[in-house]
Design a protein around this ligand. Structure first.
Ligand code: GLV
Length: 321
């Protein structure tokens, strides 16, 4: 029977589905598999079901002769050597769409947390510092009717904008490589052509662009220097901002605080300044991590493999130029 390797033991339903068509081998060790372990576990496999932090190098691709599909349970696919996949006629699947609303919820959660010092105050409660009724160390700012700036207007950012406008009556401006007039008029968004102008005039800044050569450190010293008391949320990819400059910007007041669901590197050194900083909230890449969405992404990753096996289109295939 044709074989598939699944690199984590997190997805019993997806494994059940795959098992109707394949002989499924699941990695069940506590540490994630190394390259050598992926290679040895995937020998004779038709497909590998991967997670975002499995680095699928050309060496792996070229060491598994019968490999036809790499199905990533993620939207992003920068963990896969696309060129090597193309050269070896391997199809790549990913899982966009199903995670949009969960990621948008999470982004709003981070925004509210920063606004009202939820985690910051909770850390002090844990440290025994709640000794009398005193809100003064924790007074935050409202979200309602404030100005949100968004970088990148894909599906997740659009859902964030919808929540911000319809739920919180926020004024929302955005910059995106491609202008989106329909969304602009539906949500009354303001398009700003120049990132530097966008970041100078907002209370909250939320980053949603994909990481490309053009968006690497799209927020760097030049942009931080223009900001005034901004609360920054990053749920896209860590390298879209210059983290050292973020620390400087917090320490000199351009940035009020930051919530980072993604870091550079990821995970960060837990002893680093960025992790311990009282004005920085770091979460472990959890944007899509609701139980429902976790399962839907796994189901979609499994279906991507099954579809290729039955000569059908993947639900979502990464097209490599
Ligand atoms: C997570 O960041 C993903 O790409 O799905």
């Amino acid at each position: 029977m044709t074989k598939v390797f699944v690199t984590r033991n997190w997805h019993p339903n997806a494994v059940k589905l795959l098992s109707k068509h394949f002989n499924v081998k699941v990695w069940d060790q506590p540490d994630i598999p190394s390259s050598e372990q992926i290679i040895s576990s995937s020998q004779d496999c038709y497909a590998i079901f991967t997670e975002f932090d499995d680095k699928i190098s050309s060496e792996i691709i070229e060491s598994i002769p019968g490999l036809k599909v790499i199905s990533n349970r993620a939207v992003g696919y920068e963990n896969i050597d696309l060129r090597a996949a193309k050269k070896n006629n391997i199809k790549i699947g990913n899982t966009p769409g199903v995670l949009v609303e969960s990621c948008a919820d999470f982004t709003m959660g981070l925004m509210l947390d920063l606004a009202r010092n939820i985690t910051f105050s909770n850390r002090n409660v844990i440290d025994g510092k709640w000794v009398s009724f005193d809100q003064t160390p924790y007074l935050g700012t409202d979200v309602y009717q404030k100005h949100l700036a968004i970088i990148g207007l894909g599906q997740i950012a659009t859902s964030v904008a919808r929540r911000a406008v319809n739920g919180f009556n926020m004024e929302v401006s955005y910059w995106s490589r491609k202008r989106k007039p329909e969304i602009e008029s539906e949500l009354n968004l303001r398009y700003v052509n120049d990132i530097n102008e966008l970041v100078q005039n907002c209370d909250y800044l939320s980053i949603h662009c994909a990481l490309t050569e053009d968006t690497y450190r799209i927020i760097d010293k030049e942009q931080f220097d223009l900001m005034k008391d901004v609360k920054l949320i990053n749920t896209s990819r860590g390298p879209t901002i210059n983290q050292n400059e973020l620390l400087n910007a917090i320490n000199n007041g351009n940035i009020n605080s930051a919530a980072l669901d993604v870091t550079d590197p990821e995970p960060p050194d837990y002893k680093s300044e960025i992790v311990g900083h009282p004005k920085i909230l770091i979460t472990p890449h959890l944007g899509s991590g609701s139980q429902e969405t976790f399962n839907k992404m796994a189901q979609m990753a499994a279906e991507n493999i099954i579809n290729v096996f039955h000569n059908k289109n993947m639900i979502s295939e990464v097209l490599i130029d």
